[in-house]
Design a protein around this ligand. Structure first.
Ligand SMILES: Cc1ncc(COP(=O)(O)OP(=O)(O)O)c(N)n1
Ligand SMILES: Cc1ncsc1CCOP(=O)(O)O
Ligand SMILES: [Mg+2]
Length: 213
């Protein structure tokens, strides 16, 4: 289910990222374009809660299954377990991986690691990949912190040559080559895909960047 190519064009979105649109349609277009993984991140202003969130998550999970694309739940361990989702992504301030790893045997576990300090304090032995950012400034996460540029990836790759790394934060197609050069295995993207006028083409555009490397 998970291999290094799964990180190449990792789309993340929730209702809040398409305030005047239809998230289902956006994800469907992204799947047609060829996203390699999807993270359901229903969070913050304009996001759905409770049953509405759960119903949407189920619909999107079914959609991802049709395209054989892994469906990852952001933050909400209980929802991921309830749906039997393909995986979970948690951050440094979320629930600790050691607390729930037994519930996620055989599933994909992603952890946010922004710098060496966070890397040292994380138990990455149970983790399939780390998400590192923000690379650039972002409008999609209010508390994302200072952008660190491509060096964020370089610094982590220097101390761990093995762990799959996906970059995040303000990423567009032009970032793929320098990020891969810095040691990333893929890119995770919200707005460049969710807000694109042609989602299918934008996703294909990300893929094309890998062909030229
Ligand atoms: C792939 C990926 N990387 C990083 C994050 C950020 O996670 P976190 O720091 O927990 O912040 P929230 O997304 O929960 O606001 C991510 N979601 N995905
Ligand atoms: C969830 C998250 N974590 C760090 S930056 C970010 C938001 C990325 O969104 P965008 O691709 O729109 O900058
Ligand atoms: Mg989180």
């Amino acid at each position: 289910m998970f291999n290094i190519n799964t990180l190449k064009v990792y789309f993340i979105a929730g209702s809040q990222d398409v305030p005047n649109g239809d998230l289902y349609k956006v994800v469907e277009q992204a799947l047609i374009g060829g996203i390699t993984m999807f993270q359901f991140r229903e969070k913050g202003k304009n996001s759905k809660k409770g049953l509405e969130k759960e119903v949407l998550a189920k619909e999107l999970f079914e959609l991802c299954k049709k395209y054989e694309v892994p469906f990852i739940v952001n933050d909400d361990v209980d929802l991921a377990v309830k749906l039997n989702a393909d995986g979970i992504h948690v951050g440094q301030d979320d629930r600790n991986v050691s607390e729930f790893k037994n519930k996620f045997k055989g599933k994909i576990i992603g952890l946010s690691v922004a710098n060496r300090e966070e890397y040292q304090q994380s138990d990455i032995t149970e983790v399939d990949y780390i998400g590192t950012g923000p690379i650039h400034s972002t409008n999609s996460k209010a508390d994302a912190g200072e952008e660190g540029g491509y060096d964020l990836i370089k610094n982590l790759r220097e101390i761990d040559n093995e762990i799959p790394i996906v970059a995040i934060g303000g990423i567009t197609e032009v970032d793929v080559a320098p990020l891969v050069d810095a040691g990333a295995n893929g890119v995770s993207v919200i707005s460049a895909i969710a807000r694109s006028g042609n989602i299918e083409q934008t996703v294909k555009g990300f893929h094309n960047q890998y062909k030229n490397l």
